[in-house]
Design a protein around this ligand. Structure first.
Ligand SMILES: Nc1ncnc2c1ncn2[C@@H]1O[C@H](COP(=O)(O)OP(=O)(O)OP(=O)(O)O)[C@@H](O)[C@H]1O
Length: 254
């Protein structure tokens, strides 16, 4: 692998939706402060695996996991893990920007307030820093009281990133975070991810192979719930080891 230090260690993970097995014996080490992309055809389990990393699958009735995931040495499915604490450390951004129907300021301050921060000055600082980190500050600094819903789609997505960053995560999960955006907004989010990777571990699901090739350091190719190939992005796209990877990246299926 390109970077040696693994922050996330997934070991023989199976995930079942009732009787259907969506992930099969997935084992991966995801390095810290780098961008890892999950690619593969629709239904291969990319989003399912991403959701296991902050236990979003807990909310799906009938979903069950076997195997283990350690993040920073902690078994996140262990009995003593609080899901709220886990989600503070492992933030998520979704396909559709989903700001709350509140002001820009209140969107970003929401998480810190939930975690007990009430001092105005402290909140102001977190809001500014998070919006700066999400490359949105300059566009919104003069109207923080305005509704988040008045922002463009691309700005809303950067606001959602700021909201995730405001609680101080280590990991940022991006589930097709640009697929609802126009090309310019997409490029902005990709550039942002490049900047953020120096401070955060980023895992992204993307349908767009060019995006994976442009922004990620490692790429995982999935098929039918299994990892087919996991390697440095450059290698995976230029010299794949598995014929199925070759077929997929050359557009023969999916
Ligand atoms: N809540 C659910 N209940 C039952 N089956 C599900 C559920 N969510 C996903 N699945 C099934 O699990 C498999 C993996 O789905 P998943 O959404 O993880 O795939 P994906 O690779 O992210 O696909 P896409 O690229 O279309 O989003 C699919 O067969 C899907 O139908």
């Amino acid at each position: 692998m390109v970077q040696a230090t693994a922050l996330i260690e997934i070991n023989k993970l199976d995930l079942f939706y009732g009787a259907f097995q969506a992930l099969k014996q997935v084992s991966l080490e995801i390095p810290q402060r780098a961008i890892t992309a999950f690619i593969g055809p629709s239904g291969c389990g990319k989003s399912t695996l991403l959701r296991t990393l902050n236990r979003m699958n807990d909310m799906i009735p009938g979903a069950r996991v076997e195997g283990s995931i350690e993040i920073g040495g902690t078994d996140i499915y262990g009995g003593d893990v609080h899901v709220e604490t886990l989600r503070k450390k492992v933030g998520m951004v979704f396909q559709q920007p989903n700001p709350f129907p509140k002001s820009i300021y209140d969107n970003v301050a929401y998480g810190p307030r939930l975690h007990g921060i009430t001092k105005r000055r402290e909140l102001d600082e977190i809001v500014e820093n998070s919006l700066r980190s999400a490359a949105l500050w300059n566009e919104v600094k003069d109207h923080l009281k305005r509704s988040a819903l008045s922002l463009s789609g691309g700005q809303q997505q950067r606001l959602c990133i700021a909201r995730a960053l405001a609680v101080g995560p280590d990991v940022l999960l991006m589930d097709e975070a640009t697929s609802a955006l126009d090309p310019i907004s997409t490029i902005k989010i990709e550039e942002l991810a490049q900047e953020l990777k120096d401070r955060y571990t980023i895992v992204m699901v993307t349908h767009n192979m060019h995006q994976a090739a442009r922004v990620s350091h490692q790429t995982v190719f999935f098929l039918n719930g299994e990892v087919v190939e996991y390697s440095a992005t450059e290698k995976l796209f230029s010299d794949p080891s598995d014929q199925r990877t070759e077929d997929y990246i050359s557009g023969r299926f999916g």
